[in-house]
Design a protein around this ligand. Structure first.
Ligand SMILES: [Cu+2]
Length: 467
């Protein structure tokens, strides 16, 4: 159907072009020059400008009426301010649109070609310059200041009792994290990311596990590098040269262990000889590898990177939050959500955004909220949901409606599908839901020993009991 419409439009354009050509040809036959335009032609063109303007405005108004109300009501407190800001901008833009286009089309008609009419010419007018510089400056300043104030409201400091939710992005999904009963997010480090620890949450055992895994890899590469045949032969040659030189310098047999040995200490000679034996022994073993220069360098490079990786993990130092809570323990009761996350209605939420790979954009259209997520730079904003999912379903008369968080930055092949459901519900429903979610370590029994976990849990209970 679309194809047919397109073909009709193309055929129409071609037909018009042919008609124009016919017009030109008949003019030629009548012996008229191209620049000889009759006043009747000019009048017709002038009127067509006005007709076009009217049709243009009519279609604009129709679009506005038909699609102007494209967004459902804002579901967040600041959303109304954003909508007002948007409308304010649209009013200004619409006014300028009508002003400019009316002038454009009416003037095209009014000052159309007439025989003997001359245009008024003047080179410069200070008053005009002033008007079209000062007025736009004032309008733009108002728009920018108004916009900045709304922006600052969204990105300012959160309320004391604000709920904190971390939103983590990667190609191509979202993960939400709640800080658990202690109110603090556990430390996270990308070096610790594994399939079972998608956020790289730091726990003592997790660090140990990651280190052990790296040690194994380092040992393997180091063994390969030390068993490289060419390198071993070169080293043997080198040691033999040193021993030989020493032999002459000392006027004695190297094997004679020190009788008249002036060149080198006995100890050093013994060490070199031991190494020589070791190398000769290694050359006969099954572990010998033969590597090209490039392959050897690649392995060295990988070894270097692994060591740096190990260093970084070892630098993941625990620290204490105010009140003595260790950052390593803070992550144990964190709750990690895939697929959907919940928010209580009427409570301020502070979002913290992190990204693992590329820049994504966390967009929650119904809450009029959007923020880039940037690798290495946490970003944030706050908002207060004001309408529950259920109420919104009633308002929109759509029982299947759901709030949604989606990626608004083209970030790769599966960008289109990078979304997560957001459920807004009453405080009680939210608490019950959060209660039913498992804590991070409950799903990762291998990441901490059970005794330590039991201890932490009871501590938490005692704390909340005393509070
Ligand atoms: Cu994305």
């Amino acid at each position: 159907m679309k194809l047919i419409t397109l073909l009709v439009v193309i055929a129409g354009v071609i037909a018009l072009a042919q008609l124009a050509k016919v017009g030109q040809l008949t003019a030629l036959i009548r012996n008229k020059k191209e620049e000889d335009i009759s006043e009747a032609d000019s009048r017709l063109n002038g009127s067509l400008f006005v007709v076009f303007m009217v049709l243009f405005y009519a279609s604009f108004v129709w679009l506005l009426v038909r699609y102007g109300d494209y967004a459902p009501p804002s579901a967040s407190a600041h959303g109304e301010a954003v909508d007002t800001l948007m409308s304010f901008n649209m009013y200004i833009i619409t006014a300028v649109f009508f002003l400019v286009n009316t002038a454009l089309f009416l003037f095209a008609n009014k000052y159309r070609y007439e025989k003997g009419r001359k245009a008024k010419f003047f080179a410069h007018d200070n008053r005009l310059e002033l008007v079209w510089t000062v007025i736009p400056s004032i309008v733009l300043a108002v728009i920018i200041i108004y916009g900045l104030r709304t922006w600052n409201d969204m990105t300012g400091a959160p309320a004391e009792d604000a709920l904190r939710v971390e939103v983590y992005s990667k190609q191509f999904d979202w993960t939400a994290r709640y800080p658990g009963a202690d109110g603090e997010f556990g430390l996270a480090n990308y070096n610790l990311i594994t399939p079972t620890n998608p956020l790289g949450i730091v726990t003592a055992d997790g660090v140990e596990e990651a280190l052990e895994e790296i040690e194994v890899q380092i040992a393997k590469i180091e063994s390969e590098l030390s068993h490289e045949r060419g390198r071993m032969l070169a080293e043997i040659e080198e040691i033999q040269a040193v021993l030989h030189h020493n032999h002459h310098a000392g006027h004695g047999h190297a094997e004679d262990h020190g009788h008249g040995d002036h060149g080198m200490s006995e100890e050093r000679t013994a060490l070199l000889e031991a190494r020589l034996h070791e190398l000769e022994h290694m050359l006969e073993s099954d572990d010998v590898v033969i590597l090209s220069e490039a392959a050897f360098e690649a392995k060295e490079d990988k070894l270097h990177r692994l060591k740096r990786h190990r260093q970084r993990i070892m630098e993941v130092k625990p620290f204490d939050f105010d009140g003595g809570l260790s950052a390593w323990e803070a992550g144990m009761d964190d709750k990690i959500m895939k697929g959907e996350f919940h928010l209580p209605v009427g409570r301020e939420v502070e979002f913290v955004f992190r990204s693992r790979d590329v820049i994504h954009s966390a967009y929650m259209p119904h809450f009029r909220a959007q923020m880039n997520t940037v690798p290495g730079v946490p970003t944030r904003f706050k908002m207060t949901p004001t309408i529950t999912t259920d109420s919104m379903r009633t308002i929109l008369n759509n029982p299947d409606f759901d709030y949604i968080l989606l990626c608004n930055k083209v970030c790769g092949a599966a960008h289109f599908n990078m979304q997560m459901k957001v459920v807004v519900e009453s405080e009680e429903e939210y608490n019950a839901w959060l209660e039913s979610q498992e804590e991070f370590l409950a799903e990762k029994p291998n990441m901490v020993n059970p005794d330590a976990r039991a201890e932490v849990t009871t501590n938490d209970n005692e704390e909340s009991a005393t509070l």
